[in-house]
Design a protein around this ligand. Sequence first.
Ligand SMILES: [Zn+2]
Ligand SMILES: [Zn+2]
Length: 450
Amino acid sequence: MKKRITTVVAIFLAVTVTYQWGRLAELSSVLTLVGEANAKETSEERKYRDHYYPGTEQLAPDEMRVIALGTGMPNARMSQAGSCWLVELGNDDKFFFDLGTGCMEKFSVMGIPYGAANKVFLSHLHSDHYGGFQSWWMGGLVAGRRVGVEVWGPSGATPELGTKYAIDKTIEALNWDITSRSGRLPSTPLETKVHEFDYKAINAVVYEQNGVTVRTVPAIHAIDGPVSFILEWNGLKFVFSGDTTPNKWLMKYGKEADIFIHEVFFTVDDLQNRFGWSLGASIQINLLVHTAPPAFGKVMAEVKPRMGVAYHFFNDFDTGAAIQDEIRKIYDGPITLAKDMMVWNVTPDTVKAREIAFSENSWPVEEPGPDPMVKFPNDFGKIRRQKWVELVADDTGTTVQKTQQAITDQLMCGAGNGVAYSPRIRHSAGNGPVTVRWSHPSGYAPNQRG
Ligand SMILES: [Zn+2]
Ligand SMILES: [Zn+2]
């Protein structure tokens, strides 16, 4: 009897101790989780609002912000501009990767001065990757950009297929625009440095400044010339494919990227049904020119980025799901199907993807640095100095003749003599008929008004 009681008590004690031990272990693991959560809240992990409001969040010294200003294709559409990615770093550096058609409208809402974002890396010279260059270059000038710009881009099979040729000719084509503004444009913002590098270079450094390194590898797309880029800074790695079929160099040198932006194209079904392409053409473009969704999954599985970003397709309610399904057959890691006006904050601890809240009616913001017009008050283009405009008569019938130099002198000094001239040579006095005859040095009279 005594023995039986002892046994029962012993079993009871053993069960109780075991139960409480389990409770304690459970409790301690709960406490550990709470402790970790508190530690994260109070140390590295940043809190982000649901949306990013441009200009409202200062980057931490170890933080990278990637903004999708263009995620689309050569076909213009409201919702998606051509390829354009703005990378902002905690050291205040800002870089564009590509300047696709329509991207500057998106940039305008960011509240960033053009002069603070004056460096671009071009992956190739298709218009959906470079067609926004004019808006960036000339639009920046008009907005008051006070510094020059720099462009990095690949060579081509011949000099005429390289980046330098494209940029030089584009600026040449802006001759009328530049000339018409001469006198209002100092020389510094007109400076454009083109750094053309060998498109065949493999993992070659094309940029190294301020702790930032940018490397290039060849991309396989259309004809010779396209490249992909790898930016590294402060232990963070940003990779941008441009346009390419999956290629071994990007998979090798892009490994373990913190953010890996890679193109993806439509499913073969959508290429046939939505675009009306033949089965053969649909397969061919996905294999030889762009990256099919399952191939995108395979690239991600090889590279294992902290965040994979897919772009270069119309990201609609009835296209994205099918693309994602095909990717998910191969790869289950973190990915974003990009849309314009998305942002990714990248730190050593977090990669946070969000949408951007913005106004469509943004105005240009003030440019940093001293106004070069003060520095170069008389830096006028030669054509301005020529006597090519005659103001024949004002409303009082008095013949007024002034050389262009006299007019510009008057404008610069702000000393009117009772007759109002604007830089566009409008005569604003009185109600009577005003005859303005334009005479160009070439003898060509482009306009007559009465
Ligand atoms: Zn392309
Ligand atoms: Zn493209």
